[in-house]
Design a protein around this ligand. Structure first.
Ligand code: 3HC
Ligand code: NAI
Length: 701
């Protein structure tokens, strides 16, 4: 028997068990093990088979590490054909998450049972792929074309009960003993003479699909998919499921899967998948570093960020106490949280009962003396170093020994904040992104004296509240905001050079950014940058990098909140509109600065926006601020709306070729001046050696 697949006979049922940690992915060994077990079982005296897994989950999909390498026999389709054609009834018994190829394996079994906590799904689209082992043909045959498309194009897992309503699961099992329940279910099926149900035998009547349905679906998807090709190919596959035979539909699926698996988009998205998981690991932290228990959390400051952060913990079932300067501010802070939850309830995404439970977990105080029992305090007060230090001194006095003291600061020096306490080892940065209850990124900032167990705890709690964590050392703006400076600077300078706000933003959006840089400025409020520039008196601000933004604020154009910024905003729809007044302002400012305006190509806009990100990223790597290029990618993917289909700025640089990036930066240095165009030494070195950031990551792992 295979080392990762075992076979055991329980009464009259043969139990095939996969045991291949961590997630029982369909590696070559697993495929071979299942195939051999199914083939051998055809000739023993069992009456039915159960396919199940050990460990945390049923098969979680194809082994993603095998993609892009030469295929190894047996192929997944061969294994699935053997299962589906088994002369003995096969039952898939699901726990954890049956995903991708894992769920497709279950769909080739004749019956599927699952424990109530299990989930099933086809998340391939999140890797720039489509289900390549029959999922696009079998799910529509069971659940219908519309439900199948919704499930496959979104890629989100479906809970067992819902999957049962959709017909994807035949039996939701009760009790905790999966094997016993699955064997009993298989015995019932045998006793009742249940037929070998093969999904491939179900036919869909093409007349049941409204004319134009697929075209309409494609159009609706185009908005959501933002240039990702997998969604379009998924529609083609489901269309084939409706209009073609099973075998022809499978052939279409295989062809389109092969196209996607070799596409740059999928390569980028697979990189993002592994980068996200790697970013959670801190290179020099000893294995088994203990973690501190976090049972209660304090949030200091109930403003924009504090409220969102409090919701993250309440959503994860962790009690939170919010601290504000007075009762009025506290009431306002708690009121905003209540309002946010109410909107979610109105949208039908949260029950009133659950909202009640979450609100019950959030309490408030104006007295630091109430913080004696918290395990973690997160400061989110005004971005002012003196106020922050004062707050940390108070936390140091009020919190018990061993409590972790974290700051959500965007720019302040966490080492200086730590010095305001007698426990710098307990001080760490936890930099959330706005809106904090929605954005997935958590930058964990390691100060010079932060203890290992504090870092391990923060990484763990970050995951628990649903965040993707990436580690940064201390520097101005940490990884994300530090890199953003060059991006924002170029957006502004492009205007002076002759591009319109719409040209800059739409070039960034066509590249795949969720929103262009100037529209983001309008959304966040132009007054924020204005105040930050005023507060930062230690550096001289070059007017070329901010004069238009400054003038807009001084004209009362703060962005969306005042109805106008770089754009005018429709009061009802919030749609942005070009504003001739702004275009005239830009022309005037360019004249004042002696800049001759010209036509700017889309390519120049894209390169001038994104190459500074790459260059600063290289400096950040070299200085040891980030651990790996992949961590920088994770920061941009989850914190700044960088398109996942491009894998993050550092992966994008590798795809463009570092030599090309350096050549373009040198060209900009010649044509635009050297002030902001100095290629980072690491970038130059890697380019001259013909290497990539991925090579650097391997050499420095
Ligand atoms: N292949 C290879 N490795 C995988 C994997 C996969 N499909 N899924 C997870 N892993 C690895 C992770 O990289 C991680 O490795 P590490 O410990 O060395 O960092 C480890 O398994 C644990 O993963 P997580 O940290 O994500 O564990 P969680 O418990 O948080 O989540 C999970 C488990 C929900 C299964 C999650 O890992 C997941 O979503 N996996 C991907 C599922 C997926 O996309 N499946 C489809 C694959 S494509 C496919 O099947 C094509 C087919 O249609 C032909
Ligand atoms: P905010 O102005 O909305 O809220 C700050 C809150 O802190 C106010 O409600 C204020 O009453 C309260 N406060 C001030 N001093 C206090 C004290 N001594 N004790 C208790 N409460 C006090 O500010 P915002 O936007 O929430 O920012 C907070 C922090 O988060 C800042 O450091 C900021 O740089 C950072 N940040 C902000 C982001 C954003 O997009 N707004 C994103 C990421 C980080």
């Amino acid at each position: 028997m295979s080392s990762v697949v075992s076979y055991e006979v329980v009464k009259n049922i043969g139990v095939i068990k996969v045991d291949s940690p961590p997630v029982n992915a369909l590696s070559q060994a697993v495929r071979e093990g299942i195939l051999t077990a199914v083939q051998n079982a055809q000739n023993d005296d069992t009456e039915a088979l159960v396919l199940m897994c050990e460990g945390r989950t049923f098969i979680a999909g194809a082994d993603i590490t095998e993609f892009g390498k030469p295929p190894k026999e047996p192929s997944l389709p061969d294994v699935l054909t053997a299962l589906e054609n088994s002369s003995k009834l096969v039952v898939a018994a699901i726990h954890g998450t049956a995903l991708g190829g894992g769920f497709e394996t279950a769909l080739c079994c004749h019956y599927r049972c699952a424990i109530a906590s299990a989930k099933v799904g086809l998340p391939e689209v999140k890797l720039g792929l489509l289900p390549g082992a029959g999922g696009t043909q079998r799910v529509p045959r069971i659940a219908g074309a519309k439900a199948a498309l919704d499930m496959i194009t979104k890629g989100d897992p479906v809970a067992a009960n819902k999957a049962s309503d959709m017909g994807l699961i035949d039996e939701v099992l009760s009790g905790d003993d999966l094997q016993a329940a699955a064997v009993a279910y298989a015995q019932d099926l045998v006793e009742s003479g249940a037929p070998l149900k093969r999904v491939r035998d179900i036919t869909i009547d093409p007349a049941s699909i409204e004319p134009g349905f697929f075209d309409g679906y494609r159009k609706a998807l185009a908005k959501r998919a933002r240039g990702q090709i997998a969604q379009d190919r998924i529609v083609s596959c489901v269309e084939a499921a409706v209009n073609k035979s099973m075998d022809d539909g499978l052939a279409v699926e295989r062809e389109l899967f092969t196209e996607l698996v070799t596409s740059p988009q999928s390569r980028a998205m697979r990189h993002a998948f592994f980068a996200e998981r790697e970013a959670a690991k801190i290179k020099d932290l000893p294995k088994g570093t203990p973690v501190r228990e976090i049972k209660k959390v304090a949030i200091i400051g109930g403003g924009t960020m504090g409220g969102g952060i409090a919701m993250c913990f309440a959503n994860a079932g962790i009690p939170v106490v919010m601290v504000e300067i007075n009762d009025e501010a506290l009431e306002r802070g708690l009121g905003i949280i209540r309002k946010n939850y109410t909107i979610t309830v109105q949208k039908g995404r949260l029950s009133e009962q659950d909202m009640g439970k979450r609100m019950e977990l959030i309490s408030g105080t104006t007295d630091y003396a109430d913080l004696g029992d918290v395990d973690l305090a997160i400061e989110a007060v005004f971005e002012n170093p003196d106020i922050k230090k004062e707050v940390f001194a108070k936390l140091d006095a009020a919190c018990k020994p061993g409590a972790i003291l974290a700051s959500n600061t965007s720019y302040q020096d966490v080492n200086l904040i730590a010095e305001a306490t007698k426990r710098p080892q307990d001080v760490v940065g936890m930099h959330f992104f706005s809106p904090a209850n929605v954005m997935k990124l958590l930058e964990v900032v390691r100060a010079d004296k932060t203890a290992d167990d504090v870092l391990a705890t923060v990484m763990q709690i970050g995951k628990k509240i649903g965040k993707v964590c990436a580690l940064s050392r201390v520097c101005y703006g940490f990884i994300g905001n530090r890199m953003l400076q060059g991006y924002g600077r170029q957006a502004h300078m492009l205007l002076l050079d002759g591009a319109t706000p719409e040209q800059v933003d739409s070039a960034a959006e066509e590249f795949g950014m969720a929103m262009g840089p100037l529209a983001v400025g309008d959304l966040a409020g132009l007054d924020i940058g204005y105040k930050a520039r005023q507060a930062r008196t230690d550096v001289e601000h070059d007017p070329k990098t901010h004069c238009i933004a400054t003038a807009l604020v001084e004209m009362g154009r703060m962005g969306q909140k005042s109805g106008a910024g770089y754009y005018k905003y429709d009061a009802a729809t919030r749609a942005r509109q070009n504003d001739p007044e702004v275009e005239a302002l830009i022309r005037d400012k360019a004249k004042e600065l002696g800049i001759e305006q010209r036509e700017i190509s889309k390519q120049e806009i894209v390169d001038r926006l994104f190459f500074p990100l790459i260059n600063e990223g290289a400096l950040i790597l070299e200085e040891g601020i980030a651990q790996r290029p992949g961590d920088i990618d994770v920061v941009y993917l989850y914190g700044y709306g960088f398109p996942v289909a491009k894998g993050g700025p550092m992966f994008y640089a590798d795809e463009v070729g570092l030599k090309n990036v350096v050549a373009r930066i040198n060209e900009f240095a010649r044509t635009l001046g050297e002030d902001y165009w100095q290629p980072a030494p690491l970038l130059v070195k890697l380019a001259s050696e013909g290497k990539t950031f991925a090579d650097w990551a391997k050499e420095n792992s």
